[in-house]
Design a protein around this ligand. Structure first.
Ligand code: NAD
Length: 389
């Protein structure tokens, strides 16, 4: 059997590693980056943590900081114009998943013939070409985008969050410095942490899981399970921030080489239609979708419960699976995850959009990787269960 395993050529991890940014570029013979980031990174001065070592290394850079949360096709087109206006030899995606995904999408669109649109690359298309190499530096822990062959872009004409996959979206290198996450506020810390946990869990139970992705998924869960509450309650806890950052990147490697599944398939339409942050919409769905899927892959969910640390190593599958469900509900309570209603989503709009959301979820392909594969009716029932919390 032939299998593929993809990862960035260099994954540098550790506190203070951002100081090596110029050296990392130098290793690849790169010297003219366009830094792709978000407006907060500039207004808060956080981007200086990257620009200072670049300057010290004699690197001349440009900055594109007009990225938006849940990046849109229109922002990508603006970014490509900025990229083509300068003599750049690489992009540096600096920020959470949104700036990193923006940089990845920019390089894919810039490699395409004139007139191409982001929607041309939506799965099942393959986005294998890139105009410039991308180096990713995450500041949340997180999407794992720094290690994945994916970018997620919203089509502004249809309000669809499109999954775009291929080697063109795989970063050349990533610098993973947990010290950048000390400033992440508790709500975003919780949302992004549950996002990482969902990546690892879905990679493990996916129908596309393989022994290699399993190792990364389980290792990620061992790091995330005992540390997620700690980073929420004690944001300056360096050991917990480090574990979460590493867990997020390893979870990214896991799902990039396996897949995500039903939670992510259903989560993207919530983000697109109601502008709920990605990790939060995952969290709203995770307990209900896991309960629905549990018996279709009980040994795998039980293994996840052991890795997270809520079931003993010798505990039977039934009991471990039940403890996983309890833990996911407890996490949502303790990390103050609101129901869609408590978040402020209009009930009538939610109800009216359920058939569209179910169709978009199924069309993304992710639900087909789930241990239990739902039809549209089952997806709608799950959205209703998540509504109740
Ligand atoms: P984000 O990048 O949208 O950032 C959320 C907020 O946190 C922003 O306001 C940002 O300024 C702030 N922030 C980021 N780092 C900070 C820091 N160190 N201190 C203080 N504030 C900080 O959020 P995200 O959850 O990291 O990324 C979400 C995006 O990633 C979504 O578009 C999602 O679809 C995508 N995603 C991509 C992949 C992939 O493999 N490509 C995987 C999962 C999610």
């Amino acid at each position: 059997m032939i299998t593929n395993f993809v990862s960035p050529r260099l994954l540098m991890m550790g506190g203070g590693s951002i100081g090596q940014a110029a050296a990392v570029l130098g290793q690849f013979g790169l010297s003219r980056p366009l830094v792709v980031t978000d407006p907060w990174m500039v207004s808060s001065g956080t981007v200086e943590k990257l620009l200072a070592p670049l300057k010290a290394g004699g690197i001349k850079y440009g900055v594109f900081s007009d990225t938006v949360p849940d990046p849109t096709d229109t922002v990508i087109a603006t970014g490509v114009t900025a990229m083509q206006a300068g003599d750049y030899d690489c992009l540096i995606g600096f920020g959470g998943g949104s700036p990193m995904d923006t940089a990845k999408a920019m390089t894919i669109l810039a490699a395409a013939p004139a007139g191409a649109k982001m929607r041309d690359f939506k799965v099942p298309a393959q986005a294998n070409k890139a105009a410039l190499p991308v180096i990713c530096i995450p500041t949340t822990a997180g999407t794992g985008s720094e290690a994945t062959r994916f970018t997620v872009i919203t089509d502004t004409e249809t309000d669809e969050k499109m999954l775009i996959a291929g080697l063109g979206a795989l970063p050349l290198a990533a610098i993973v410095d947990y010290e950048l996450t000390f400033s992440v506020p508790p709500r975003t810390t919780a949302d992004t942490g549950i996002d990482s946990l969902t990546h690892a869990l879905e990679a493990l139970v996916s129908r596309r899981a393989n022994p290699e992705s399993d190792e990364y998924a389980l290792r990620a869960m061992r790091l995330i399970g005992p540390n997620l509450r700690t980073v929420y309650q004690d944001p300056k806890n360096a050991a917990a921030r480090e574990a979460m950052m590493k867990g997020a990147t390893l979870a990214g490697l896991a799902f990039s080489n396996s897949s995500v599944a039903l939670v992510h398939g259903m989560s993207r339409p919530i983000g697109a239609h109601f502008h709920v942050p990605h990790g939060l919409s995952n969290a709203m769905l995770l307990p209900a979708v896991t309960a629905y899927s549990l018996n279709a892959a009980l040994p795998r969910y039980a293994e996840a419960a052991r890795a997270i640390g809520v079931a003993g190593r010798d505990e039977g599958d039934q009991s471990a699976g039940a403890k996983l469900l309890e833990e996911l509900s407890a996490l949502n309570r303790e990390l103050a995850v609101p129901t869609p209603a408590a978040y402020g989503i209009d009930a009538a709009k939610w109800d009216g959009l359920l058939p569209t959301m179910a169709a978009q979820a199924l069309a993304s392909g992710s639900p087909a990787n789930n241990p239990a594969v739902p039809d549209a009716e089952a997806v709608i029932a799950l959205y209703r269960r998540a509504w109740q919390g």
